[in-house]
Design a protein around this ligand. Structure first.
Ligand code: ADP
Ligand code: MG
Length: 507
C-alpha cells in the first residue's frame, strides 16, 4: 500500500482542522472549568453531614459515573423531542455536547476534589475557625487553594481525558477534529493518511495544554518558591514604631483601670467522648492580666478544656462567658454579639502551629484582619508588621511557613492570633512540637506577653516557665480541676497527686 505523505502533510494546513482544534479547545476548557467548579461544590456536599446535601450528591456521583458519555450525549441532544423549549440551547451541538460533558465530568471531578479536600489537615480548619472565619471563608481562603494544589496533577490528567472524550461529540454532528477527518476519508478513502492528521491534532492540543497546566502547577507550588528578602521601608518603619508606642500607652491605661468583669468565666462545663467523661464540672474564672498555666498528666483533659473554651469542641452542659457576655452553652443565644464575633476576643495557639502553608508569614498574620475588614489595607499591614516585629520576625515577613524553623512558625502563629487584638490568649502546649533548642525563643515571647499584661491560659509541660511566669497554676486530673492556686502553694502542696506529677516531670 502506498502511503500518501503529501496528502497527510497538506492536512496540517487545512483550515477546517484548525477550526475544529479551536472548537475542541473551547469545549474542553469550558467543560473542565465548569465541571471543576461544580464538582467542588458536589464534593463538599458529599462530605457534608447534612443528609439532604449528602444524599443527592452521592446519588449524582453514582449515576453519572455509571452512565456512558455516548448515551448521555445522544440523550441530551435529543431532549428537545420531549421538551421542545430546551431546543433554544440544545439545538446547538456545541452546547448539547458541553452540557453532556459537564454532567458526566462533574461526577469525576467531585471525587478528585474530595481527595484534595481530605488531604487538607483538620488543623487548617480549626485555625480558621479560631480566627472567627466562617465556613465559606475557610473554604475560599484556606481549603480551596490547598485542595486544588493537591488535586491539580489529577485535575490536569482529567483535562486530557476530556480532550479525548470530545471526539465522541462527533456523534451529535459537532464539527470537531474526528468529524472533519471522517468527512474527508469518506470522500477520498485515504483513511490512514487522514487519521494520522487527526491523531496529530489531538496530540497537539493535549501537549499544548499539558505544558500550560504543568506551569500552573509549579506556579501554585509554594515549596518551589524562593524566599524573597523583606525590606522594611522607612515609612513603614515609622508607622510600626508609632503603632507600638501607642499600643504601650493603651496598655498602661488599661492596666490602671482593670475591669471587675472577668475576661473568661467557665461555669460547670461537662464533656463526654462517648462514655468517657473528659471534662467534669469545670469552673474557672480568669481575670484581666491573669497568666494561668494548666498542668497535669497526659489524658487529663487539658487540650479538651482549652478547645472547649473557644468552641472547637462542643460541650454537653455548662457555659462560657467572655467579658461578661454569654459565648457558649446555656444562654449563648441571648447574647447581643454573635458567637462568631466573640471568638475574636479569644486568640488560640496550637501545638502544631497550623499556619496556612500557602501564605507568607505576613499574609498569615493579615488573613483574619482582612477577612473581618479591620481598618484600611494600610493599617492592617502596619498592624501585622508590628505583630511580626513583636515576635522578632519582621525580616522573615515574606517567607512561607516551610521556609521557617518550628520556633519561628510558632511565633508567627502567636502574631497571627494577636493580630485580632484578643482579650485572652489560649495556648495548647505551644512548645511541645519543637526541638529543645527552639523552646526558649517561644517561651521568651510568652514571657514578654505576660509582662505586657496579656491575659493568658497556657497548657504546658515547661514547669520552670509555669512557676516563674504564671500567677496561677491549675492542675488537672481525670478531667477535673484538682488544684488551682498560686505557683508557690502548688509547689509546696502535700497533695500526693500533685507531688507525684511534679516529681515525674521535674526529675
Ligand atoms: P490532655 O491534653 O490532657 O493530654 P485530652 O484533653 O487530649 O488530654 O484528652 C482527654 C481524654 O479525652 C483522653 O482520655 C483522650 O483519650 C480523650 N479524647 C480526647 N479527644 C478525644 C476525641 N476526639 N474522641 C475521643 N476521645 C478523646
Ligand atoms: Mg493535650
Amino acid at each position: 500500500m502506498d502511503f500518501d505523505w503529501t496528502y497527510t502533510y497538506s492536512l496540517l494546513w487545512d483550515s477546517d482542522f484548525w477550526r475544529a482544534c479551536w472548537t475542541v479547545a473551547q469545549l474542553s476548557i469550558s467543560a473542565w472549568l465548569i465541571a471543576g467548579a461544580v464538582g467542588f461544590v458536589l464534593a463538599l456536599a458529599k462530605q457534608s453531614r447534612i443528609a439532604p446535601l449528602n444524599w443527592p450528591a452521592r446519588i449524582y456521583i453514582w449515576f453519572f459515573r455509571s452512565l456512558p458519555l455516548l448515551v448521555l450525549l445522544v440523550f441530551v441532544y435529543n431532549l428537545p423531542q420531549v421538551f421542545p423549549a430546551s431546543s433554544i440551547v440544545l439545538a446547538s451541538p456545541f452546547y448539547a455536547g458541553l452540557i453532556a460533558l459537564v454532567l458526566s465530568e462533574t461526577a469525576y471531578m467531585a471525587e478528585i476534589h474530595r481527595g484534595g479536600i481530605l488531604s487538607v489537615p483538620k488543623g487548617q480548619y480549626e485555625a480558621g475557625k479560631a480566627l472567627g472565619i466562617r465556613y465559606s471563608g475557610i473554604q475560599r481562603l484556606i481549603v480551596i487553594p490547598q485542595a486544588i494544589r493537591i488535586a491539580l496533577p489529577t485535575l490536569s490528567n482529567e483535562f486530557v481525558t476530556i480532550v479525548k472524550l470530545t471526539s465522541l461529540v462527533s456523534v451529535i454532528s459537532l464539527t470537531e477534529i474526528l468529524l472533519v477527518g471522517q468527512r474527508l476519508y469518506t470522500q477520498n478513502f485515504l483513511i490512514f493518511e487522514t487519521m494520522l492528521a487527526v491523531a496529530f491534532y489531538y496530540v497537539l492540543v493535549v501537549t499544548l495544554f499539558d505544558k500550560a497546566l504543568i506551569r500552573l502547577e509549579s506556579f501554585l507550588d509554594v515549596t518551589q518558591r524562593k524566599a524573597r528578602p523583606f525590606v522594611l521601608s522607612d515609612a513603614d518603619r515609622k508607622e510600626v514604631q508609632a503603632l507600638r508606642e501607642s499600643a504601650i500607652e493603651a496598655r498602661e491605661q488599661r492596666r490602671q483601670q482593670v475591669s471587675d468583669t472577668p475576661v473568661l468565666q467557665v461555669r460547670g462545663i461537662n464533656k463526654h467522648y462517648a462514655s468517657h467523661h473528659a471534662l467534669q464540672n469545670i469552673d474557672l474564672t480568669v481575670r484581666q492580666g491573669d497568666v494561668i498555666s494548666i498542668i497535669g498528666p497526659s489524658g487529663s483533659g487539658k487540650t479538651s478544656l482549652i478547645r472547649a473554651l473557644n468552641g472547637l469542641e462542643t460541650i454537653d452542659t455548662g457555659s462560657v462567658l467572655v467579658n461578661g457576655r454569654h459565648f457558649l452553652g446555656e444562654h449563648s443565644e441571648e447574647c447581643e454579639k454573635s458567637a462568631a464575633d466573640q471568638i475574636l476576643d479569644i486568640g488560640m495557639v496550637f501545638q502544631s502551629f497550623n499556619l496556612f502553608p500557602h501564605k507568607t508569614a505576613l499574609e498569615n498574620v493579615m488573613l483574619a484582619p482582612t477577612y473581618h475588614r479591620r481598618g484600611s489595607t494600610r493599617s492592617r499591614r502596619i498592624l501585622a508588621l508590628s505583630q511580626l516585629y513583636k515576635v522578632g520576625l519582621i525580616e522573615h515577613a515574606n517567607k512561607y511557613p516551610h521556609q521557617l524553623s518550628g520556633g519561628q512558625q510558632q511565633r508567627v502563629a502567636i502574631a497571627r492570633a494577636l493580630a485580632m487584638k484578643p482579650s485572652i490568649m489560649l495556648f495548647d502546649e505551644p512548645t511541645s512540637a519543637l526541638d529543645p533548642e527552639l523552646v526558649s525563643e517561644v517561651l521568651k515571647v510568652l514571657e514578654q506577653l505576660a509582662s505586657e499584661g496579656m491575659t493568658m491560659l497556657i497548657v504546658t509541660h515547661e514547669m520552670q516557665f509555669a512557676f516563674s511566669v504564671s500567677n496561677r497554676v491549675i492542675f488537672m486530673k481525670d478531667g477535673a480541676i484538682a488544684y488551682d492556686s498560686t505557683p508557690e502553694a502548688l509547689r509546696n502542696t502535700e497533695d500526693p497527686r500533685v507531688k507525684d506529677f511534679l516529681h515525674q516531670v521535674m526529675h
